[in-house]
Design a protein. Sequence first.
Length: 59
Amino acid sequence: MLTQQDRIIRQLLPFAFVLYVFKDAENKQHRLSMADYRWQTIGIYLARLVAIVELGITR
């Protein structure tokens, strides 16, 4: 069962991802390669883990 903080994180992460992708693509001036996409996906999971720890979310 999701806590309120967990739901907030799930709602905000897609926006953060979109902003990150557009900013990254803007800097590189080309579409994302699969390697870039994989690293960004890993980054999102790491950011989520950090947020969970910082907010003290327990399952």
